[in-house]
Design a protein around this ligand. Structure first.
Ligand SMILES: Nc1ncnc2c1ncn2[C@@H]1O[C@H](COP(=O)(O)OP(=O)(O)O)[C@@H](O)[C@H]1O
Ligand SMILES: [Mg+2]
Length: 337
């Protein structure tokens, strides 16, 4: 097949995406496909060589890239970049890649692509909408309050009072639709002032801010491939918070796969992951994030429809544990999409 590996993009996770794109391009070539690498950040000139995408994944991209207009995506799809392509392998994380917009452009162009369709991509990117869907089908998620920006401000005093009354203990304040923990705060002894500041910070990243109960406990993530869950990964970040640096810098986080859990809890969490994937209508694969509290109760945080995909990322790690190597994983995603 002629496959376009679409990576990079206008997203804070651009560099991570490029690393995944390179690994995937190599795997697909190994599998006998003809591969073209496309980075929509370059608009109508988006075809890239492997040499052009060598980057450091733990670095944030420069701010001029993040300020590029969305028009670049349209220019990219309208150009000849996708001519002769049988399927696009989508690997852009976060906004302008994972949120359904690029998927919609490819639908309009008639190019088949990997992973979730427009609606599920948009739902999964919207943490509030996802939590409503989880709750509707009985998947436990941390209790929450949503604060909505009006006239550019999030400083609704009722919200702070509601938070202090309705969410006891530690809280997490996060933008509704931004990945990679940017704009997120964890407050262990929240008071009006720290809540206010955290709301403002999150409000810089999104028009809706979520305030959640903090789930003390363990961090688990489950890859779903087809209709099956892969072995669970436990993530143990140094210092407890899985932020941008710890996510993408070697040595800052320990990973255990399979996670050390009883068979009962393992299969319960794996089934929850499959339910969360289906609740949002996801396709082919995804990675579902959980917190497991001290009583072994799992809380679903979110579904990632385009999870990290370098050869050392979590989904490939779980696949390997299930006996599926990276080359085979790439092939399966193409077949399942
Ligand atoms: N309610 C919560 N309780 C405890 N930890 C949380 C909670 N929400 C988020 N976190 C921590 O922050 C990380 C990122 O949160 P998440 O909702 O998955 O957003 P994203 O990965 O899109 O930035 C989680 O992996 C977890 O470590
Ligand atoms: Mg997450």
């Amino acid at each position: 097949m002629n496959i376009a590996v679409v990576c990079g993009g206008i997203s804070p996770e651009r560099n991570v995406s490029l690393v995944g794109g390179l690994a995937t391009a190599n795997a697909l070539e190994h599998n006998g496909h003809t591969v073209r690498i496309i980075d929509p950040a370059f608009g109508s000139d988006s075809i890239r060589t492997k040499d052009q995408i060598l980057v450091n994944p733990s670095e944030l991209p420069s701010s001029d890239i993040l300020q590029l207009p969305k028009q670049r995506l349209l220019d990219c799809v309208q150009s000849s970049a996708f001519d002769g392509i049988d399927k696009a392998f989508l690997l852009i994380h976060g906004t302008n890649g994972e949120d359904g917009i690029f998927q919609a452009l490819l639908e309009a162009k008639g190019i088949p692509y990997t992973g979730s369709k427009v609606m599920s991509s948009a739902l999964a990117m919207n943490k509030l909408a996802s939590k409503v869907m989880f709750s509707a089908v009985g998947i436990q998620t941390p209790i929450w309050i949503a604060a909505v920006k009006s006239k550019g401000h999030l400083d609704n005093p009722a919200t702070i009072q509601d938070i202090l009354e309705e969410i006891p203990g530690s809280i997490v304040i996060k933008p509704n639709d931004q990945g990679s923990t940017l704009g997120m705060s964890i407050l262990h002894n929240p008071i009006s002032e720290t809540i206010y500041n955290a709301l403002q910070l999150a409000g810089e990243y999104s028009d809706i801010v979520l305030i959640e109960e903090f789930i003390e406990g363990r961090e688990l993530t489950v890859a779903v491939l087809g209709d099956e869950a892969l072995p669970i990964i436990e993530i143990e970040p140094e210092g407890g918070f899985y932020d941008y640096k710890r996510k993408y810098t070697k040595g800052f986080t320990e990973y255990y796969c399979p996670a050390d859990l009883s068979e009962d809890i393992s299969s319960f969490v794996q089934n929850l992951a499959i339910s969360a994937h289906h609740a949002l209508g996801c396709t082919a694969y995804s990675r579902v994030d959980f917190r497991l509290n001290e009583d072994n109760v799992p809380y679903c945080l979110e579904v990632n429809t385009i999870p990290g995909f370098s050869s050392t990322s979590l989904v490939p790690m779980a696949a390997k544990e299930a006996g599926i190597d990276f080359n085979r994983l790439c092939e399966m995603i193409i077949e399942l999409s």
